[in-house]
Structures are given as structure tokens and as C-alpha cells.
Design a protein around this ligand. Sequence first.
Ligand SMILES: Cc1cc2nc3c(=O)[nH]c(=O)nc-3n(C[C@H](O)[C@H](O)[C@H](O)COP(=O)(O)OP(=O)(O)OC[C@H]3O[C@@H](n4cnc5c(N)ncnc54)[C@H](O)[C@@H]3O)c2cc1C
Length: 184
Amino acid sequence: MPNRNEIPALFSGLLPKNNILTSAEMLRPYECDGYTAYKSLPLAVLLPETTQQVIEIVKACQRESLPIVTQGAGTGLSGGAHPISNGILLNLSKFNHILEINSELQYAHVESGVRNLATSEAASEFGLYYAPDPSSQIACTIASNIAENSGGVYCLKYGLTLHNLLEITFVTIDGDLITIGSEC
Ligand SMILES: Cc1cc2nc3c(=O)[nH]c(=O)nc-3n(C[C@H](O)[C@H](O)[C@H](O)COP(=O)(O)OP(=O)(O)OC[C@H]3O[C@@H](n4cnc5c(N)ncnc54)[C@H](O)[C@@H]3O)c2cc1C
């Protein structure tokens, strides 16, 4: 397994230098999620910007037996985005683009790191909003909502994240790109 000093060379062909964080002061903000009782620094934080970069990172980590923890906004309270000290923290906050708001069919097509509230703000011009409303919706991200099946009080009427999800495209731990569900 590579050590901290070997990480930049391992990923430098895959990501721009600024998207590979390894110094202690750069890693410190990522030492825990909203569950702050436990803290640890990962070997590196990687900030991919494209799906192909995610695929290549996952494959490289598998080759090198490097554990990966995925992170959105890090507001989770159950330690799901807590970094592993001998692993990589894969932060997907750069996937923050809203690709489409379809007012007729009432769906939004968004990247994984889009915040709940940003989705509602974009939909508001059509008189729509994204119903699952964890109290952290100002910061929390859609993919993490899916991972946690998040939701707040609106869920009593409109259901949890799983009831508001049509289709998802994701990268498996083997680096395969898979889509499940359907837009309609
Ligand atoms: C003040 C506050 C209020 C909250 N209120 C609520 C509430 O009312 N209801 C509720 O359900 N939760 C609530 N939460 C918990 C939390 O905000 C939600 O679970 C939210 O969905 C987490 O989003 P995040 O982007 O911060 O996720 P993170 O903490 O970054 O990650 C959460 C989990 O998702 C995984 N993950 C993140 N991104 C991806 C990805 N792209 N692909 C695969 N897995 C991924 C992580 O590995 C981790 O396991 C609250 C938290 C806070 C701090």
C-alpha cells in the first residue's frame, strides 16, 4: 500500500495538482463529517471534476489496495463520510452542475454534488421545489441524500429520497459506470 509521500505521483496523471490535497493543513477540514466525536486525516483528499476521473481513481485505488471513502458536503451525522487514515477521501463537491429542470415532467437532472437547496432554487421559477428536506439542505448534496435516504418533515407528505428518485448513474468499486431506473 502506498504511503502519503507516494500519493501525488500515483494520481498526478489523473488529476490537476490542485485537486490532490496531501498536506496536513489542507487535509484538516476533511478530518470528520458532522459526527465530530472521531477525527482522522486521510492519506489524501482527491477532488475529481469528471466521471472519467472518478473511474480512473477507483481503478487506481483498487490496484494499490487503497480504501476509499466518498464525501459530499460532510454534514452526515452517522460518520459515513469519516476518512480512513490509510485511505483516500474522494470528495465529489465539484460535481455541482444542474443539467436540466424539466418542468413538464417535473424532474431535475443534476450532478451528484448539487445541494438540495440549489435544486429547489433552480426549480422555483417553475413553481416547483425538491421535496426531501433534511434540515441541512442548504449544504447537503443529492448523492449523499441517496446514500443516506435523507429527508425532513416534508417526507410525511412527499416521502423520503428514495420516493423522489427516478434514475441514478454511478461508478461501482470496480470502476464500471452503471445507470439504473428511468427518467419517466
Ligand atoms: C444540522 C443538520 C441537520 C440535519 N438534518 C437532517 C434531517 O432532517 N434529515 C436527514 O435525513 N439528515 C439530516 N442531517 C444529516 C445529513 O445532512 C444528511 O444525511 C445529508 O444527506 C448528508 O449530505 P452530505 O452531502 O453532507 O453527505 P456526507 O456527509 O458528505 O456523506 C453522507 C454519506 O453519503 C456518502 N456519499 C456522499 N457522496 C456520495 C456519492 N457521490 N456517491 C456515493 N456515496 C456518497 C458518504 O460516503 C456518506 O456515507 C442533518 C445534518 C446536519 C448537520
